[in-house]
Design a protein around this ligand. Sequence first.
Ligand SMILES: Nc1nc2c(ncn2[C@@H]2O[C@H](COP(=O)(O)OP(=O)(O)OP(=O)(O)O)[C@@H](O)[C@H]2O)c(=O)[nH]1
Length: 383
Amino acid sequence: MPSLSRPNRPRPSADDGAESAEARGLRWLLVIGAVLIALVCAIEWAQGVINAWDRWLQPAMSVLQLAYAAALARWPQHTPRLRLAAVVTFNSYLVATVLLLLFAFPPPLNQYQFLSTVYWLPLGYGTAFVFLRPRVALAVSAVIFALLFVPLGLVLASRGAAHWGPDFGSLAAVLAVAQVAYIVLLAAIATIRAGYHRAEERARLMQTLATTDPLTELPNRRAMGERLHAALAAARRHAEPVTVALIDVDHFKRINDGHGHAAGDRVLVQLGRLLAADLRASDQLGRWGGEEFLLVCGHTRSSAGIELAERLRNSVAAFAFGHGARVTVSIGVAQVESGDDADAVLARADAALYRAKDAGRNRVELANARASTGQPLEASALP
Ligand SMILES: Nc1nc2c(ncn2[C@@H]2O[C@H](COP(=O)(O)OP(=O)(O)OP(=O)(O)O)[C@@H](O)[C@H]2O)c(=O)[nH]1
């Protein structure tokens, strides 16, 4: 007895590709960051301006960025935590360096070392907004800002603006305003980007709803109409055979009347899965309406279409449906002929289906060839 354990053939999702492309991009950013830190270290070392702790910290930071990139590739399931850790590590380094320069040495301040560290801070906020969700990035940026500018402000307020040398007070004020500007700008960009992603998500959902039958989760009539048109166009272009089949449940009204509408619904769901489980990837199955399914088979002649339809008919007749009664289907099969449009081939499949019904149901019937040309598509000379 056939089973439904084999689920509907999974459809590749565009999301999977987009997500892994983003993850790959962020890993590469960490690698590039590691190279840039190593480069800064080498330049400062060569120029003799590197400070005592950066001789160790900069190479360590470079190695850590590479380690995070490797960990993201190895344990993608921990991506959020690893990204947060990478951002916090880099920003902790920047904040600690600025605070050390300000508070570990007596004034006057080493202007080069102070400025050459401070101008990397926007990169710190930037990494937060690139690697983290906007709210988390905003929180991380606010913490970085507070860690730097609260102690700085307190010292300036208590010891005076000249404590770290002339003009430092105004330099600190301008720096603080600039940091706020960076954070606001990045937050605005992240918000716009999140809105764009949400709109994309909604559009994808609308597209799915517009083309999917909510009961069976198969393509609906509109989607199948489009797929049939596409199959006809491809068949004409490449002069390949295409066969369609209309599959209709026999006496479905009796199932509804005898077992209830909900049981009828379950039969349609089970039937959709049962049919889908028996198809090739190139076959397209959808709900055409009510208790009727449409199957479009590319690269398929009517002989193979009939064989497939017989197989489907047999597996339906042998299947144990949930409501406990036997279900059968009648199937009308038609191969696309030269000059056929979608309506023409569907009309011939429909006529074959009604012949199957008239002949007693639980049958497969092949459509008659069209009276005028009657040429199967692959045999015709098409431009
Ligand atoms: N449960 C359920 N029933 C549906 C659905 N769509 C259509 N139907 C019912 O399907 C039945 C189709 O009945 P008919 O068109 O008389 O066909 P039939 O009883 O299958 O008889 P034949 O096709 O001649 O074998 C109707 O009772 C519809 O109400 C649905 O989504 N769920």
